[in-house]
Design a protein around this ligand. Structure first.
Ligand SMILES: O=C(O)CCC(=O)C(=O)O
Length: 275
């Protein structure tokens, strides 16, 4: 469903729009079952490296980054030519202390554009109790806020990077039902708390950018062309998996995940490999 003019205006002004319906909850449950069936084959959890750029591993996730129900609203915000830079799984088990500190993604992804959007899709319900994302409206418009690396044991971010001073009294929660997504500008300050609910909070973020964007930190980077045309070729095109764990895409994933990890850890003093 297209975003309304009010939603587009809200995105420009506040930096986010939520909720955006994508698919019926029953269809999202089907994705959850596929993910959990895979997790069961390897002892219940994705490996850290499988959290990022897993659209190269799971066919259903490659389908999701190309799904018109995701891309139509994204196109309204960043135009008709769309690259997907990455996806990241954000899974908090029931009762888990895992949290995401307040941060701005533009401060450590090495991307040149301010016009990068995150579509965060709820595979299971992400209620306030379950630790949905919170955002600071309007914080995408100013200059980057100062961050510090905390490496807190329950922080899901690579370096536990956290904005030093944040006025949480102005924060807004973005609860989602399974099958809905939120969209936010990657310059927007955001974070999330622990999962106090009785079910897993399973989300996947998809990061979309216009092809003019450049990688200015890493020496090599890649992206999937998911709509339109790439006339700039700043990113190596990723292979499209024909099935789950397609050998060509799996081999590419190893390089793609390492490149992303190198960018996320660039400049960090300690190297705790969480992705
Ligand atoms: O899932 C979360 O709670 C945080 C996700 C996040 O930081 C992001 O999608 O950029």
């Amino acid at each position: 469903m297209p975003l309304s003019a009010e939603q587009v205006a809200q995105y420009r002004r506040d930096g986010y729009v939520c909720p955006v319906p994508v698919m019926p909850a029953a269809e999202a449950l089907g994705l959850r079952k596929q993910l959990e069936a895979y997790e069961a084959t390897q002892g219940g959890q994705l490996q850290a490296v499988q959290r990022s750029r897993a659209f190269l591993l799971f066919k259903w996730l490659d389908d999701l980054i190309r799904d018109p129900r995701v891309l139509d609203p994204v196109e309204q915000l960043i135009g008709p030519d769309i690259l997907c830079w990455s996806t990241i799984f954000w899974i908090k088990d029931a009762g888990s202390k895992s949290f995401v500190s307040w941060h701005q993604d533009n401060t450590y992804w090495g991307l040149s554009s301010r016009n990068v959007v995150t579509a965060w899709f709820a595979i299971s319900s992400a209620s306030v109790e379950a630790g949905c994302m919170n955002v600071l409206p309007g914080s995408h418009l100013g200059s980057a806020l100062e961050h510090e690396d905390t490496y807190h044991e329950h922080n899901m971010l690579t370096r536990g990077q956290a904005i030093k001073a944040i006025d949480e009294s102005r924060s807004v929660s973005m609860p989602l039902e399974a099958g809905e997504m939120s969209i936010h500008n990657y310059c927007l300050a955001h974070g999330s708390g622990p999962n106090l609910s009785g079910d897993r909070r399973i989300g996947v973020s998809m990061h979309f950018m216009p092809p003019q964007t450049r990688q200015v930190v890493g020496s090599w980077d890649c992206a999937a062309l998911v709509r339109g045309e790439d006339r700039y070729r700043n990113f190596v095109p990723t292979p499209v998996p024909a099935k789950d764990f397609d050998p060509v895409a799996v081999a590419f994933h190893a390089q793609a995940a390492k490149a992303m990890r190198d960018v996320l850890y660039a400049g960090a003093e300690k190297k705790l490999q969480r992705l």
